[in-house]
Write a protein that binds this ligand. Structure first.
Ligand code: CUA
Length: 156
């Protein structure tokens, strides 16, 4: 079979690109540990407000400048809102929804989750600077979606 020279180059280019792609993906997954968010923690959406820790939403100290921020995302608010966090705190966000899918984006940080009913969605972030952080819902969740936001204030 005769293959044109340019076709060979193009084929080679494709194979190299595939190799690069799989190598990057492999390093990211196995060496850097980038895994899809775990959906291991389940919760009954109908009883969110009676189920720990969501029966007591808020900022809970779990260690030396280490906190858990338990939040309920519900059309069209985040509970609790306007949370104050000390500078340098390592915060694990635990978020769930009793109604529909919401978003939880901490603007300007890598914290960006889909809040899926039935799942406890979590991410950890360390607040190194003081200031105000906006939390936005970035999944369309109904007529009040555009108003669904709150703030985190990081203080000394
Ligand atoms: Cu909640 Cu959009």
């Amino acid at each position: 079979m005769h293959i044109h020279k340019l076709e060979k180059y193009w084929l080679g280019f494709g194979i190299i690109l595939l190799g690069v792609f799989l190598t990057v993906l492999g390093i990211s997954a196995f060496a850097a540990g980038n895994q899809p968010a775990s959906d291991a923690d389940l919760i009954d959406p109908a009883t969110v407000h009676q189920t720990a820790p969501f029966d007591n939403p808020g900022l809970h100290k779990i260690g030396d400048n280490e906190y858990e921020l338990v939040m309920v995302a519900q059309a069209f608010t985040f509970t609790p809102g306007n949370v104050e966090i000390p500078k340098g705190a390592k915060v694990t966000f635990l978020v769930t929804s009793p109604d529909v899918v919401h978003g939880f984006q901490l603007v300007g940080t890598p914290v960006n989750m889909m809040v899926v009913p039935g799942h406890i969605n979590s991410l950890t972030y360390t607040f190194k600077e003081t200031g105000e952080f906006l939390i936005l819902c970035n999944e369309y969740c109904g007529t009040g979606h555009h108003m669904m936001s709150t703030k985190i204030k990081v203080v000394e």
